[in-house]
Design a protein around this ligand. Structure first.
Ligand code: C5P
Length: 223
């Protein structure tokens, strides 16, 4: 099965405090985008990557791609205001022969190839939607607008969800056709009533949000 990756990198990443969008920040000598692309292409079935970049940075993204050994298999498209719009723009650019779509946050640039492989295998085995998740170690509380606790869900039933998230292409296309918005693609698929399965996540798929996260990535890469 041909698998394609939609690498969403169109956020501004203001919490990082950098002068450029997060995906273009360098760690251990390469940009966040380049780290994500190289890991994705190490996975077995990935035949195309769509980089969804900020409209202001299409040229910069194109320059990163042009020197890549698999430049012919990488496209750059402009993202939208919300993450959901960015993913939709990526979906529209996938080749016709892509059957499995992995939606991946560039900010989770150290997610290893083995994680992509496990997710693609699960879709090949018949799942419609699979996402990586880790047990939560904090107690999570639901609060109202005034900060008062409304509920304390049983921690053992909670998972912190990561990307890449893998979908049968037709399912993801239908989910995005609904016009709903969410912070991940699995939520849109859930709205269709389609089962989403959680696979064991990977600590390396953490999201770079703050300067401390960037430093953590640098230490992992031995910088
Ligand atoms: O904002 P958040 O951390 O949830 O963003 C997750 C990923 O989605 C990031 O890689 C970011 O670049 C991407 N994104 C996007 N388009 C947006 C907002 C976020 O591609 N409009």
């Amino acid at each position: 099965m041909n698998a394609g990756v939609i690498l969403v990198a169109a956020g501004q990443g203001t919490r990082l405090g950098a002068t450029q969008p997060k995906a273009f920040v360098r760690v251990a000598g390469s940009t966040v985008i380049e780290h994500a692309v190289s890991r994705a292409f190490q996975a077995a079935d990935i035949t195309q990557i769509i980089i969804v970049a900020p409209a202001s940075h299409l040229r910069e993204a194109g320059a990163l791609v042009s020197s890549h050994a698999r430049a012919d298999d990488i496209s750059v498209v402009a993202g939208g205001v919300e993450r959901t719009h960015s993913v939709s723009a990526g979906l529209a650019a996938l080749r016709a022969n892509i059957e499995v779509v992995l939606v991946h946050d560039a900010a989770r640039c150290l997610a290893p190839a083995s994680l992509f492989d496990r997710l693609v295998a699960a879709v090949r085995d018949g799942r419609d939607a699979v996402v990586p998740g880790l047990p939560v170690t904090d107690t999570i509380k639901q609060v109202d607008g005034d900060g008062r606790v409304v509920a304390t869900p049983d921690r053992s039933s909670l998972r912190a969800i990561q990307t890449p998230q893998a979908f049968r292409r037709a399912v993801l296309t239908r989910a995005h056709g609904s016009g709903a918005e969410a912070t991940d693609d699995a939520a849109l698929v859930e709205l269709l009533g389609v089962t989403v399965e959680v696979l064991e996540g990977d600590e390396l798929a953490f999201k770079i949000t703050t300067a401390a996260d960037l430093a953590h990535a640098g230490r992992i890469l031995g910088a």
